[in-house]
Design a protein around this ligand. Structure first.
Ligand code: F6P
Length: 360
């Protein structure tokens, strides 16, 4: 193995830099291999300034740094790229250009640090002969085949702290406080933070809710003498028989952006006579320094990805299973997105401790 490249695709997540650091250190120190960083996801293969060498000094001090030194791009799907041709916006497939860009670099491996979308592209590229290894990144924790993705633990810590902070002001003002959390179609952040922060109601995409059931919970608390309530609401939550709420629609290039369900729920509760405020935590969940757990996981993933590359096994993804880092076929990892098990112990624990999912 002489030369490997690393790219970070999709939205950023805390721990990306820690993976890059571990991969660079392992590749150079263990295998005497040259490492190249690809800027702004797959775009870097076709941009003039898209390639940067990565040496040991480039990754010094990166463990605790959020974001990614390589840049990331949500528009980076090479199979559907919006470009302006003759003054008109059209969607083109630039994957052949990307593959040519990869071939020009004579890579022995390409480490792709990404979520669902980026890993799907990686899998398609591997069918075209690119030696790909995936590393599961996302605060949403929605990648199959792995117990956890890096970035999730940090988002969870930030979301839990937000719930803690809302608690004191909710209690002081006798209000219902709603916190909208990210996660796309997976409710892991809201579920875990809701349990860790002691929310009274958790709404997740996997369990459609009824407005009346939420209000019943708030009312019951008031009748029992507790004049405030805390709700952790996943951006992908939706009412039974209703639709998800989007801040912006999608198209063949961009995925639709969820957002706004907490406002809808908040207005309903307020109309029932309970003063309510809504907080949307947004990208605070993705920014800043990773937790110790995410640094630890990211470092293990980065080193493991290089070891798998050195063994010449491609179209694989590193994964955490029962505490051990292993590698699995990339196709298996992306086949079925991971969702909250509505009959699993996490949901059961929440119900046991009096948390309502707004469904009964
Ligand atoms: O997938 C990570 C995530 O943060 C989701 O939780 C959220 O829905 C989305 O990305 C936001 O995307 P953007 O950064 O494009 O606003």
């Amino acid at each position: 193995m002489k030369r490997i490249a690393i790219l970070t695709g999709g939205g950023d997540a805390p721990g990306l830099n820690a993976v890059i650091r571990a991969a660079v250190k392992t590749a150079i120190q263990q295998y005497g291999c040259e490492v190249i960083g690809i800027r702004d996801g797959y775009d870097g293969f076709i941009d003039e300034q898209g390639i940067m060498p990565l040496w040991l000094e480039d990754v010094r001090g990166l463990l605790s740094r959020g974001g990614t030194i390589l840049g990331a791009a949500n528009r980076g799907n090479p199979f559907a790229r919006k470009v302006i041709r003759g003054g008109t916006e059209i969607v083109v497939d630039v994957s052949e250009e990307i593959i040519k860009g990869i071939e020009r670099l004579h890579l022995d491996a390409l480490l792709v640090l990404g979520g669902d979308g980026t890993l799907h592209i990686a899998h398609e590229l591997s069918h075209k002969g690119v030696p790909v290894i995936g590393v599961p990144k996302t605060i949403d924790n929605d990648i199959g085949g792995t117990d956890i993705t890096f970035g999730f633990d940090t988002a969870l810590a930030i979301a839990t702290e937000a719930i803690d902070r809302l608690h004191t002001t909710a209690e002081a003002h006798h209000r219902v406080m709603i916190l909208e959390l990210m996660g796309r179609d997976a409710g892991f952040i809201a579920l875990h933070a809701g349990v860790a922060g002691g929310a009274d109601v958790i709404l997740i995409p996997e369990i459609p809710f009824k407005f009346e059931a939420i209000v019943a919970k708030v009312r019951q608390r008031v009748e029992n003498g507790t004049l405030f309530s805390i709700m952790a609401v996943s951006e992908g939550a939706k009412p039974a028989g209703g639709e998800k709420v989007y801040a912006r629609g999608g198209d063949e290039v961009y995925v639709p952006r969820l957002g706004g369900i907490s406002q809808v729920v908040g207005e309903y509760i307020e109309k029932q006579g309970f003063e309510t405020r809504v907080t949307v935590l947004g990208h605070l969940q993705r920014g800043g320094t990773p937790t110790a757990f995410d640094r630890w996981l990211a470092t293990r993933y980065g080193a493991a990805a290089v070891r798998v590359a050195a063994q010449g096994r491609f179209d694989r993804m590193v994964a955490l299973r029962s505490g051990s880092v292993i590698d699995i076929p990339l196709g298996e990892a992306i086949a079925v997105p991971k969702r909250v098990d509505v009959h699993g112990d996490a949901v059961l624990t929440a119900r046991n401790t009096g948390i309502s999912f707004g469904d009964e």
